[in-house]
Design a protein around this ligand. Sequence first.
Ligand SMILES: *Cc1c(COP(=O)(O)O)cnc(C)c1O
Length: 381
Amino acid sequence: MDRKKIYLSSPTMHGEEQKFIKEAFDTNWVAPLGPNVDALEKEMAEYTGAGHASALSAGTAAIHLALRILGIGEGDLVFTPSLTFSATCNPIIYEKATPVFIDSEYDTWNMSPQALERAFEKYGPPKAVMVVHLYGTPAKLDEIMAICKKHNVPLIEDAAESLSSTYKGKHTGTFGKIGIYSFNGNKIITTSGGGMLVSDEEEITKKATFLSTQARDPARHYQHSQIGYNYRMSNITAGIGRGQLLHLEEHKAIKKKIYEQYKKAFEDIEELSMNPLNKDGDANNWLSCVLIKEGSKITPDIIMDALQELNIESRPIWKPMHLQPVFEKYDFITADGSDKNPDHSVAADIFKRGFCLPSDIKNTDEDMELIINTVRKCFNK
Ligand SMILES: *Cc1c(COP(=O)(O)O)cnc(C)c1O
């Protein structure tokens, strides 16, 4: 296939990134610390409105440190959505804690407040609740936070996919006690790899930075009273991040336009609907996704195959965690109590009937036309 590849979501560089990298080289700040790291933390805290930020090597590292900082350990319960990327949940296992997977709701595809309520009824308060803003759509934060507040349980926000999305005018990632962002290659902005932990409490981000640099106690010799990690962001990658941050709002506007283009182009296909947006939020539309009507003869595989034929990348919806071999022994809670029939959950249904469309910022008008026509053809349009 010699047609140029159309990507799901690939890095979009602008040039300023190189200026910050060059500065790092010229001053020999080639290390997991330095002026770009400090500046990116400050700029991210300012941009999101989070009080404080700690720059780390990955979003997954940020989630891991969030759990450590909240003191989550062996046997502790963490309520987390089933419909997400495994990186949300893996750190729960690193700490030998126990995830309880919560079903999604159709309104936003995120954690169902009703199912969360049922998990509280079944288990009592967990040590933490982790919410995810899937594909950039904010979760029902008012409802979820009210439940957490009532039981005095800290909320962690996995905003890896939703940097720049807001809920009632405030940035996702800044509602919980701790929020995390990812700068992986496919996210809305990238440092090639990296993450950020944010919090209103400076004590928390300071602790994250401390743990991310091997937990060295203040002393001339190497003194350790806690287990640490090598999770700090490098000054080179932070330079890429500073250049990217200048273009975040522009990336968001393009992602929004892509979503609107798809929505309009598929309006007359009764069997297709776009992924839902939260009416109380402003999504970054990181990935545009569709859901195929139940009973349709056209499956996501048929459309993804047709796109693949033309060298166009698409992707299934995240396979729910409760259906993963590595997590199947953990409990799964639905809103309506059909927990013992996990294949009929909302999460499993969205996984079965949905998929992600190419949402690359560099898609040209011709690319969009080709994608749209290929999808439409599957429905004889
Ligand atoms: C990408 C992603 C992560 C992990 O971030 P990395 O920077 O790749 O470690 C965590 N959670 C979700 C929902 C993600 O999409």
